[in-house]
Design a protein around this ligand. Structure first.
Ligand code: ABU
Length: 496
């Protein structure tokens, strides 16, 4: 393996398994080195190159040749690939809502790959099917739905799609067969700061983006319920059919939680489906201290919850959860007789695949179950509480630094949004020129931090607000010192 050119195909003819064993040991060593470097504060978060440069550097290992490669070359390809990966488990990678690395979660992902099975039927995924049921029951219990159901889906956008699909089906059960003709304008309501996947779901379901009605938010990013009510009334006056409200628990940017109790009242008043996009904030249900952010969640009809965000499960891991059992099958069943035969010799209610819009479905649940088994409920509770504690610390540190300004002084979720304002920029309410300059600061600092590779933080504008940084805390490896370092580093970069 070290020196010989061993044809990859030989591994199939490796009767003693010695070659496989050496190859896998070498691979584990390589992966372990990478994982170690992810937790070293002194190692860079990324080694950035522009696309054309990276293509050139990696040219020798990107091209797929006609002839097979040696296992040594395969390992070298893996080594080279990791070299230029962004270290998303590094405590100074703060760019996304999904950060961190959980060794047990990684073990779960590895086992999932080795077991390599499809989640559609019990016959090919017996243990994983039972595990999915147990984990979903646990998540449903945290919502307060004791006779609900759910399914793991490829990401929060698809889970939100399932929520809207279920809402449409419950109101128009024949649409599944006859399509959307003659349904008039069906409208859905969502806050102006909700996730773009609500628009995508409306596009895909024949509702249309124009029929997604954006509801204004207050200064904390929460949906204004009085505006929601009046927009629903207006839609009725306009002969439209108000179908669903999407409430967000943990908005992507500000981390705001929409007021569920009040929104549920409105949905009851107008007979509308309430879907909650808790992709980010759903994890707060695990914390005794912070569960109140989702007060009223049990009154919703469906909920998206992504364990790959606050719970730190390796990507991807997203669940759609419904209050009423049986809806998913009712909505999605086509009854393919080659796969979902009813004359199998076991209880075919354990064949979950026909509840899904997919055929092949990846096993996203095993790694979450393994993490949950290892941490217990209390481990997750502590993890979530830590994020909130660290967020409050960062807010208090930002308040001490004159060149930093918070977007929200009081935060709900573990999102901290702020500007770095160089002394050359003066912001006054009337003076838009200052804002125009400020709009360029975060992108310039982001470029510098990526080139240097020490930290990684995202930025965005929001409504009239010029570009600002957002740090979302979702990595239990983060320490207060890391957050101090981030602020110091921004000040350093600003000198460049
Ligand atoms: N679906 C939202 C993901 C955005 C983020 O990680 O920043």
């Amino acid at each position: 393996l070290q020196s010989d050119l061993v044809c990859v195909l030989d591994i199939q003819a490796d009767k003693t398994g010695e070659l496989r064993n050496r190859f896998l040991n070498e691979l584990v060593r390589l992966l372990d080195n990478y994982l170690q470097s992810e937790h070293k504060r002194t190692s860079k978060v990324l080694d950035f190159h522009h696309p054309h440069q990276l293509k050139e550097i990696m040219e020798h290992c990107l091209i797929i040749d006609q002839d097979p490669k040696s296992l040594e070359e395969v390992l070298s390809d893996c080594r080279e690939t990791l070299k230029y990966c962004v270290k998303t488990g590094h405590p100074l990678f703060l760019n996304q809502l999904s950060t961190g690395l959980d060794i047990v979660g990684i073990a779960g992902e590895m086992l999932t790959s080795v077991a390599d099975t499809n989640m559609f039927t019990y016959e090919v995924a017996p243990v994983f099917t039972l595990i999915e049921d147990i984990v979903l029951t646990k998540m449903l219990g945290y919502i307060g739905w004791y006779d609900g159901e759910g399914m793991f889906a490829p990401g929060g956008a698809i889970s939100n799609l399932y929520g809207m699909l279920s809402a449409r089906h419950k109101r128009f059960p024949r649409v599944k067969y006859s399509g959307m003709s003659n349904k008039g304008d069906i409208v859905v309501f969502t806050s102006e700061q909700s996730h773009f996947s609500i628009n995508k779901a409306a596009m895909l379901l024949g509702i249309g983006q124009d029929n997604v009605i954006a509801v204004d938010c207050d200064s904390n990013g929460k949906m204004k319920v009085d505006v929601l009510r009046s927009k629903i009334k207006l839609s009725i006056a306009n002969q439209q059919t108000p179908l669903m409200v999407n409430a967000t628990c943990g908005t992507t940017i500000l981390g705001a939680f929409d007021p569920l109790e009040k929104i549920a009242d409105v949905c009851e008043e107008f007979g509308m489906w309430l879907h909650v996009d808790g992709a980010w904030g759903g994890g707060a249900l695990l914390s005794d201290k912070h569960r109140c952010l989702l007060k009223g969640i049990h009154r919703a009809d469906s909920m998206t919850w992504n364990p790959h965000k606050m719970m730190g499960t390796p990507l991807q891991c997203s669940a759609i959860l419904l209050k009423e059992k049986g809806v998913l099958l009712d909505v999605n069943q086509t009854g393919a007789t080659y796969l979902y035969h009813k004359d199998k010799h076991y209880d075919t209610s354990f064949d979950t695949g026909d509840k899904s819009i997919q055929c092949g479905r990846h096993n996203d649940v095993f790694k979450l179950w393994l993490m949950w088994r290892s941490k217990g409920d209390n481990g997750f509770k502590d993890q979530i509480d830590l994020y909130f504690t660290l967020s409050k610390y960062l807010v208090s540190e930002i308040k001490k630094r004159p060149r930093f300004q918070l977007v929200l002084e009081e935060i709900e979720g573990p999102n901290i949004c702020f500007w770095y304002i160089p002394s050359s920029i003066v912001i006054t309410d009337e003076h838009d020129e200052g804002k125009t300059h400020l709009n360029k600061v975060a992108p310039s600092l982001k470029a510098l931090m990526m080139e240097k590779g020490t930290i990684m933080i995202t930025y965005q504008p929001l409504g009239d607000l010029p570009n600002f940084f957002r740090i979302a805390i979702s990595n239990p490896a983060i320490k207060k010192e890391d957050l101090d370092f981030v602020l110091n580093e921004i000040e350093e970069l600003a000198k460049c």
